[in-house]
Design a protein around this ligand. Structure first.
Ligand SMILES: *Cc1c(COP(=O)(O)O)cnc(C)c1O
Length: 393
């Protein structure tokens, strides 16, 4: 194509698809940059000067800040959210022959962590209102696994989906009946609350992620584990450094390269300063969405005594895909978290027997749609998303 025909076809393309009045992306990390740049730069410069790039002082400072934020006795900064789940399972001694129960409606890393240590992920259905693991279905599936007797029920890994804590009271009761430990996948919910207790203290061990688009996000991969159990914390610290204690060279147990970089800790210390404000803004935006949309679509609800982080604001719409296309044409970014329940992922086929009954996960996967929600979204943009969603319906 010559220059003229390129210009002509561009003009034609513009005519066919008029560019939207504005664009509201699903995530937009660039908006934080002017606010955080100088502070983060100063913190990172300190690391560049002291050169303790692994387990430098910023890591311990971050761990102390995270522990006091949520009230957990120990916070251990690690390499990623999925690695945190793996290290928690390793510290509990889970492995081949063990069943670890996971919701079927979550990010693939939840079940991926279970399979990675050689344990068997067993899929449990979720509750249609909370999107979280259904304690009654957990009881049903755990009793079936126990009755067959081939696998030992070892742990249950609830996920606080979209930032809303799971029902840990009910899950804990089922776990106790089967002798299982609860490992919380709080990758989306650090900063949330249930029954007056903060995420990080709701389960014997809790894992979170600092992936850049999480509510508390770094400049790369990162995560943390929380526990009140001194022995579990010591075991995780050992696993985090190849199973080596301090400067000793002997591997006392199998471990991994599971540490958070000092540079990431420096970034996260600054992000943590702005975190309460980010949570407040998300809660305010979620309330606006719910007020404006509750008569048009199924909006998410937060049970009494719970507070969500609103990692994602997710509505349910029967004609989800059509609405999503029309919103994209209007410049509104949306996300599908998640369009495929885990038991339908190719990666998990080896652990599927065909007898799984996961109807709620199946139907949610076809209906969920996540809208833009972050502290830097303006009220006007929230209004635009609402208006365009109503029009798209
Ligand atoms: C993001 C996420 C993870 C994985 O975290 P990474 O830091 O990307 O490894 C695990 N579980 C859930 C529910 C997540 O949202």
């Amino acid at each position: 194509m010559n220059e003229l025909s390129v210009a002509t076809s561009q003009r034609r393309a513009r005519k066919q698809a008029p560019s939207p009045a504005r664009t509201v992306p699903l995530f937009d990390l660039k908006r934080q940059e002017p606010r955080t740049h100088a502070r983060i730069r100063a913190r990172m410069d300190q690391v560049l000067r002291h050169c303790q790039f692994v387990l430098g002082p910023e890591v311990e400072e971050l761990e102390n800040a995270l522990a006091s934020y949520c009230g957990a006795r120990h916070a251990i900064a690690v390499s990623a959210g999925r690695d945190a789940l793996i290290m928690a399972l390793m510290a509990l001694g889970a492995g081949p022959g063990d069943a670890v129960f996971v919701p079927a409606f979550t990010f693939s890393a939840t079940a991926g962590a279970v399979a990675a240590i050689g344990a068997t992920p067993v899929f449990v259905d979720v509750d249609a209102t909370s999107f979280n693991i259904d304690p009654a279905d957990l009881e049903r599936v755990a009793s079936a696994v126990a009755a067959v007797g081939k696998l030992k029920p070892k742990a249950v890994m609830p996920v606080d989906l979209y930032g809303l804590p799971a029902d840990y009271a009910a899950i804990g009761a089922v776990a106790e009946r089967y002798g299982m430990v609860v490992v919380a996948d709080a990758a989306q919910s650090f900063g949330a609350v249930a029954g007056g207790k903060a995420v990080g203290t709701l389960a014997p061990i809790t894992a979170t992620s600092f992936y850049p688009t999480k509510v508390l996000g770094g400049f790369g991969d990162g995560g943390a584990l929380f526990t009140d159990d001194d022995d579990l914390a010591a075991e995780v610290r050992l696993i985090r450094t190849h199973g080596r204690l301090g400067s000793g060279d002997e591997a006392l147990r199998l471990g991994m390269t599971g540490r958070l970089d000092t540079l990431q800790a420096a970034v996260l210390l600054i992000k943590l300063e702005d975190f309460p404000e980010e949570l407040d803004a998300r809660r305010r935006i979620a309330a606006m969405y719910t007020d404006d949309l509750c008569n048009d679509v199924i909006t998410p609800t937060v049970p009494p005594g719970f507070e969500s982080t609103w990692a994602l604001y997710t509505v349910r719409i029967p004609d989800r895909d059509g609405v999503r296309t029309r919103l994209a044409e209007a410049g509104v970014g949306t996300g599908l978290f998640y369009a495929t329940p885990l038991h339908r992922h190719a990666a998990f086929a080896p652990w599927i027997n065909g007898g799984e009954a996961l109807p709620v996960s199946e139907s949610l996967a076809g209906e969920v749609l996540s809208l833009p929600i972050y502290g830097d979204l303006t009220d006007e943009e929230v209004g635009y998303v609402v208006e365009q969603l109503k029009a798209a319906l």
